[in-house]
Design a protein around this ligand. Structure first.
Ligand SMILES: *[C@@H]1O[C@H](CO)[C@@H](O)[C@H](O)[C@H]1NC(C)=O
Ligand SMILES: *[C@@H]1O[C@H](CO)[C@@H](O)[C@H](O)[C@H]1NC(C)=O
Length: 366
């Protein structure tokens, strides 16, 4: 895997770059905030949680080659977005390094295992649920106010880019976690989806109230097609129809809800990322994206190498490049790069109402 080097061609250049970076941070850099689940968690596992990625071989292709809490062999989607924004990765909110000027880069509040609903991920200990992530965001702002005062803090938050990825676990780690789960007895699937969307709407409004003005919102991925589901649901290699149905009910209603929020607010605050289409692209045509497989995980065990967790005892592929999936649920760094390329420059089929390069151009004018 390539190691990303922002370093110029000489140490002199590096010094200039660093000096400019420091200046830019103090003046007008765009902060980046991340909320959600394991797809975007950058290591908020400082609590003794049971949903973590802090042992090898996680992080094997990360610049340090060490596990960081990211559910990836290397970088995750927020890291790659930070590269495009031109800033260092946003530190986990609970990181002891998140202080002083580092606060101005932004922060990641994401936590593996969580969902829109409080009862999602109940099998995991000490995960940081959405309401708690939003509370932490408020506390973070108080810390920044102590550093640069209230008016500049508000401006920093208003001008920031925000990413939120949540919802997949409300199916996988709630409704479909066990047969006859509490939620599946309470709701049929269409009503459950409606309930999720109405709860998600409240979370997004809260994010808006807390100052967020540019929020990238991912739909659920191709839930039924991740390698773990192929094996668990015995689909003969095809996608799980039930989980695909869930995603196909959920995603259009999410788009509708975001459009409605934007209309209500009177500006394009919420931008929808069509993660499902992005996933399906490399799931249906892995070769077209340089993968040899999207059904077999690089790290795991059993059929498709996707039973249980990715641990030091798992089978580990020696070359990560041909794999779309790093572990049974999470894309490889290479797949994450393809997703971020679509976020940056994708058509309206992928990004609604516009892609991130367009947003960055627009926002740089204001
Ligand atoms: C989730 O739990 C918190 C803390 O108990 C509570 O304040 C919040 O209202 C709950 N959210 C929902 C949607 O029930
Ligand atoms: C997305 O990005 C590309 C490249 O910057 C641009 O040409 C295109 O018009 C954009 N599409 C939309 C819908 O914003």
């Amino acid at each position: 895997m390539s190691i990303i080097s922002p370093v110029g061609s000489s140490w002199v250049n590096l010094g200039i770059v660093l000096a400019m970076r420091t200046f830019a941070l103090q003046a007008d850099a765009r902060a980046f905030f991340v909320f959600g689940d394991s797809l975007v968690d950058s290591g908020n596992n400082y609590l003794a949680t049971t949903a973590h990625a802090d042992s090898p071989p996680y992080g094997i292709d990360y610049p340090t080659h060490r596990p960081t809490g990211r559910f990836s062999n290397g970088l995750n989607i927020p890291d790659i977005l930070s590269e495009h924004i031109g800033s260092e990765p946003a530190l986990p909110n609970l990181s002891p390094e998140l202080r002083g000027q580092k606060l101005l880069v932004g922060a990641s509040f994401a936590s593996a295992g969580i969902g829109i609903l409080n009862d999602t991920g109940i099998q995991f200990l000490n995960i940081i649920r959405m309401y708690q992530q939003l509370e932490y965001f408020q506390q973070y702002q108080q810390r920044v106010q102590a550093l640069i005062r209230a008016a500049r803090t508000l401006k920093l938050v208003n001008k920031a880019l925000v990413l939120i990825t949540v919802g997949g676990n409300d199916f996988v780690n709630n409704y479909y976690l066990v047969p006859s789960s509490a939620r599946s007895c309470q709701y049929d699937l269409p009503d459950y989806v409606k309930f999720l969307i109405s709860e998600y709407r409240k979370l997004l409004m809260r994010l808006y109230e807390l100052g967020a003005r540019r929020v990238l919102v991912t739909g659920t991925g191709a839930l039924g097609c991740v390698p773990a589901e192929l094996a668990m649901r015995n689909t003969n290699g095809g996608c799980s129809a039930e989980l695909q149905r869930a995603a196909s009910l959920y995603n259009p209603q999410l788009v509708q809800m975001l459009n409605e929020l934007n209309r209500k607010i009177g500006r394009q605050v919420f931008i929808r990322i069509n993660t499902r289409q992005m996933n399906l692209d490399f799931i249906t045509h892995p070769e077209a994206y340089g993968f040899s497989t999207s059904k077999i995980a690089c790290c795991g065990q059993g059929p498709y190498n996707v039973i249980g967790l990715c641990t030091i005892f798992s089978n580990l592929c020696s070359d990560r490049e041909p794999y779309a999936f790093w572990d049974p649920f999470h894309p490889s760094e290479k797949a994450n790069r393809i997703i971020v390329d679509q976020i940056m420059t994708g058509s309206t089929d992928y990004m609604t109402p516009m892609n991130l390069s367009t947003i960055m151009t627009l926002d740089s004018r204001t």
